[in-house]
Write a protein that binds this ligand. Structure first.
Ligand SMILES: *Cc1c(COP(=O)(O)O)cnc(C)c1O
Length: 365
């Protein structure tokens, strides 16, 4: 038997292959390669999906974060609060505009940004709190927003892993000044190449990011500021628009699989991500923690399951941020997660048999 992988994109492609190839042909025939009709259409549909006024397609999730920082006026000397346990790109956002990410520890059970620890990180240079809906599960938006409001800070959502997730029944994407999405192929809504997006309910941020992503111009060849080329490909817009029709079904299946894991895994040494009542996760990843990870992973690999790690090194201990002078022990919860996390297979096309095999294997460990 082939090992059950953590992620397999081929089965999903097989379902939509005809539609995707037809759309590809349309994009080529219309030569709407960069921005244009297909990106516009996707933006409109994605805003409707997220329940936000605006959505904008860009070239990847990392640039979406950079553009959000620029739109908020974040620059050299400024600080942005970022959870220590996230994919590193959350921190690239501030770093790419010359600001400093200031890391904060996560809750030991939900693994989300710990709102009670934010206040201690705020200085007069703090501009933004960047919350992350980690593994597809919303962080406590109200708690973070309260701290932001009290100190006159902006809040953005890094929703790169959480397309369609709900906080208190409302889809993520409209809670802060802006929300940044990644459509990297492995994300819940994945392009067939690189792509990202930004949603907002504020016209001024929409206008600013629209200009910045397109060479700083609103009227062609008239450049109001030094801009960037961070536009979305027409091809990605067309493909994402097709996939958007299926995202709820795919997320629904992920939630079913998560339920099976949550109800089925009874091994006392395996701990799951705690899910508060306010959070409806879309399970971008299904992460557990175990004490003896090397041994556990070896065992899974020997028994037909190929796990993965998200993420083995917390942001504050990455070499890229050595200049910030952090050490082991600074953020014990994020460090525990990095040292003990294991990602189980999670994608909509897993069969019940495969999920049950993962569960049985874990319970026999
Ligand atoms: C994937 C991801 C990003 C970056 O998105 P890219 O499209 O890969 O640039 C940012 N933040 C988080 C939390 C992510 O998971």
């Amino acid at each position: 038997m082939n090992k059950i992988p953590c992620l397999d994109l081929k089965k999903q492609y097989a379902q939509i292959r005809t539609e995707v190839l037809k759309a590809t042909e349309e994009v080529f025939d219309s030569t709407a390669f960069s921005g244009g009709y297909y990106v516009d259409a996707f933006e409109k549909n994605y805003a409707a999906y997220c329940g936000t006024q605006y959505a904008m397609g860009v070239n990847n999730g990392t640039t979406a974060l950079q553009l959000a920082m620029l739109a908020l006026g974040v620059g050299p000397g400024d600080e942005v609060i970022v959870p220590a346990d996230t994919f590193i790109a959350t921190a690239w956002g501030p770093s790419h505009v010359g600001a400093t990410p200031v890391f904060v520890d996560c809750d030991p059970d939900t693994w989300e940004i710990d709102a009670t620890k934010i206040e201690a990180c705020i200085t007069e240079r703090t501009k933004v709190i960047a919350g992350v809906h980690l593994y597809g599960q919303p962080f406590d938006v109200d708690a973070v927003r309260e701290v932001a409001g009290k100190h006159g800070l902006f809040m953005i959502e890094d929703a790169a892993q959480a397309h369609g997730a709900r906080y208190k029944g409302v889809r993520v994407g409209g809670f802060g000044e802006m929300a940044c999405f990644s459509f990297y192929p492995g994300k819940n809504l994945g392009a067939y190449g690189e792509a990202g997006g930004m949603t907002t309910n504020h016209k001024k941020y929409y206008d600013r990011v629209a200009s910045l992503r397109n060479h700083g111009c609103q009227v062609r060849y008239y450049h109001d500021e030094i801009g960037y080329n961070m536009r979305m490909d027409g091809l990605q817009g067309a493909i994402l628009d097709i996939k958007l029709k299926y995202i709820d079904a795919w997320n629904g299946r992920r939630q079913q699989i998560a339920k099976m894991y949550q109800n089925g895994i009874v091994h006392p040494g395996v701990k799951l991500q705690k899910q508060p009542d306010f959070a409806e996760s879309v399970y971008h990843l299904f992460v557990v923690t175990v004490e003896n990870r090397d041994d556990f992973m070896q065992y899974l690999n020997a028994n037909g399951v190929a796990p993965a790690l998200h993420y083995p090194v917390p942001c504050h201990l990455q070499k890229a941020y050595a200049h910030l002078g952090h050490q082991r022990g600074d953020f014990p919860n994020a460090e525990y997660l990095a040292d003990h996390c294991v990602s189980l297979p999670m994608f909509a096309e897993l069969t019940d048999d495969e999920v049950n095999h993962v569960i049985d294997t874990i319970n026999k460990y």
